[in-house]
Design a protein around this ligand. Structure first.
Ligand SMILES: [Fe+2]
Ligand SMILES: [Fe+2]
Length: 271
């Protein structure tokens, strides 16, 4: 594996920028595993400061389109299943970059070390999620890059690049929490269709996303307390400002509760 950047970054934020600057998905996974292990076992200890790129490097395919230009997904059939797995793999690849971006971008907030521990673990989980789905695509004689993909997640990152509070509200608390609602439906659909291998992967991902939403809620509350503002009212205001449309029910209240995400946050915004 080759990378134009140093493979031995001295600081966590430099490590984050290595992943963000790496175009190959397989290498993003590999770097994420290595840097997360180095942070966990103390070979990497300094947070440091680094300037993350506005956009992460990505492979030449898939072609990225605005969400509104995406072809309508045809449900059912082998093609529909593969297109669905491809779409989730794309979300997980974005999630790797989003986690490293949150590590590198907001160091001016002087967040506690536990904040960095959480997002490094999230990055490592997202790398495993992408890898599982990418391997599943290969089992089905498909590959990541075969289908067009939308750029909505990075648009969300750009919208919230200047404020950690807005980033936490939009990415883990709106978008990742939405995954908690939709994943069980997809698991049932794949099981009913006889694709247990994909269902098992999606089920694991659904469970592992709960601590990601929990980290979002925890650090959102922490920042609100530090800024002396009301967390629920602030979440409502930020979601109305930055999220185009209302939150779509039904909600997975069980998973959201396990993430410490009370319904007073999301229920009043439901469409
Ligand atoms: Fe994930
Ligand atoms: Fe996640």
């Amino acid at each position: 594996m080759t990378s134009p950047l140093s493979s031995r970054p001295d600081t966590l934020t430099e490590a984050a920028c290595v992943v963000l600057g790496e175009p190959s998905p397989a290498a993003k996974v590999d770097w994420s595993r290595r840097f997360a292990a180095a942070w966990a076992d103390g070979r990497l200890t300094v947070i440091g400061q680094a300037q993350p790129p506005d956009r992460p490097s990505r492979p030449p395919s898939p072609q990225l389109r605005p969400p509104r230009d995406m072809p309508k997904r045809k449900p059912g059939g082998a093609e529909g299943r593969i297109a669905f797995i491809h779409a989730i793999a794309h979300i997980e690849l974005n999630a790797i970059d989003l986690a490293w971006d949150i590590v590198a971008r907001f160091t001016d907030e002087n967040m506690p070390r536990a904040f960095f521990d959480d997002w490094v673990r999230v990055a490592r989980d997202e790398a495993e999620h992408f890898d599982l789905l990418n391997r599943r695509l290969q089992d089905l004689d498909a590959a990541y890059g075969d289908h067009p993909a939308h750029d909505g997640l990075w648009e969300a990152a750009e919208t919230t690049a200047d404020d950690l509070l807005a980033r936490l509200a939009l990415v883990p608390m709106v978008l990742e929490a939405r995954g908690l609602d939709t994943t069980p439906v997809a698991v049932r659909r794949f099981r009913a269709g006889g694709d247990d291998a994909t269902a098992t992967i999606l089920e694991r991902i659904g469970n592992e996303e709960i601590p990601h939403v929990a980290a979002g809620v925890r650090w959102f509350r922490f920042l609100c307390e530090r800024r002396n503002i009301d967390p629920v009212a602030t979440f409502h205001a930020l979601t109305r400002r930055n999220f185009n449309g209302r939150l779509k029910p039904p909600f997975n209240d069980v998973a959201r509760t396990r993430a410490g995400f009370g319904e007073e946050f999301y229920r009043p915004l439901s469409a």
